[in-house]
Design a protein around this ligand. Structure first.
Ligand SMILES: Cc1ncc(COP(=O)(O)O)c(C=O)c1O
Length: 305
């Protein structure tokens, strides 16, 4: 079940379209060139989570691509229409905490050749059941070289490395490569050996220290200037973890930091926190610590908005 709502000046709350009927021109540059941007967020009990962070990142992506997308009000109205229509057409079953969840995708393309205006829409769908499995059972991950060094984002902004563009064919190819090797997911590294991100996730790691004094819990993520997407989940979790007494740290990180960690996660808005069981076959921490820290941080993330 997919609900589509197009942003359309003639329809202030958005125009609902039948997802089973073609709705884009074949000349739309989102299709012919992958030229466009998107956001994926979770609506919980009808309310979109971290919506300002997602709209802020959408605006930043639009600026990187010089794309003139509709303003926040139009997106918020279309999101409300899509989530409401999805809930009436296909009420989601409550999750283990009694909440109902809907995946909301915001998409804006450069529009048809020559039209000069973007095509923008919101899509509402169900949460894939595999994600709860990943949270519960964890992931086998492989490291893959992304082929760029960690300073390329500043040197070559036209690579759009920090923008959430529709050109995800490379990310999907990396995931297929991992699946063909029997792994579940990927952590990209730069050509100069820094840890970056997953194809659809940010990387977090925890280091626990207990050297006789008060135990220290440190949550670390790769530096945001290394050509990675600034994750809204990582951002929200860092704020919540800091308030709960965690120390925060930012890379540069190398693969040895991951292998030494007490726990590593791939995090994103729909998957939330999925613990990494192993990287290139080496176990990360212990099952007991991974499960305990995943539960602690998942509870913190659930309190964020
Ligand atoms: C490349 C990449 N990095 C990080 C993320 C995590 O971002 P967020 O936490 O905002 O969902 C995503 C999400 O899809 C992504 O595609």
């Amino acid at each position: 079940m997919t609900v589509l709502v197009f942003l359309d000046p003639a329809h202030p709350d958005g125009r609902i379209a039948d997802a089973g009927v073609p709705a884009l021109l074949a000349t739309d540059q989102g299709v012919t060139r992958g030229d466009g941007i998107f956001e994926t967020l979770l609506a919980v009990n009808g309310a979109p989570r971290k919506v300002q962070a997602h709209l802020g990142r959408l605006a930043a992506s639009a600026q990187s691509l010089s794309l003139d997308v509709p303003g926040e009000e139009a997106w918020l109205r279309a999101i409300a229409t899509a989530v409401g229509a999805f809930a009436s057409a296909s009420p989601p079953a409550p999750d283990e905490d009694g909440n109902t969840n809907v995946v909301v995708k915001l998409i804006a393309t450069r529009g048809p050749e020559g039209a000069g205006s973007p095509t923008s829409w919101v899509q509402a769908t169900a949460v894939p059941p595999a994600l709860a499995e990943q949270r519960a059972h964890g992931l086998a991950v492989i490291l893959l070289d992304r082929g760029y060094d960690s300073t390329v984002a500043q040197r070559a902004p036209w690579l759009l490395l920090g923008a959430k563009t529709l050109s995800y064919a490379v990310n999907m190819a990396a995931l297929r490569h991992a699946h063909a090797q029997g792994a579940d997911d990927v952590i990209f590294t730069s050509s100069d050996g820094h840890v970056l991100e997953g194809p659809t996730s940010s990387v977090l790691l925890a280091h626990l220290k207990d050297d006789g004094g008060a135990p220290v819990k440190r949550l670390i993520t790769p530096s945001l200037d290394s050509g990675i997407l600034p994750g809204t989940t990582q951002g929200a979790l860092f704020t919540a973890a800091k308030a709960a007494g965690w120390e925060l740290g930012y890379g540069p990180l190398v693969p040895a930091d991951l292998l030494d960690a007490d726990a590593v996660w791939l995090v994103s808005s729909i998957r939330l926190l999925a613990p990494v069981n192993s990287i290139d076959g080496t176990e990360i921490g212990t099952a007991e610590v991974r499960a305990r820290l995943t539960a602690e941080l998942s509870a913190l993330l659930a309190q964020t908005h």
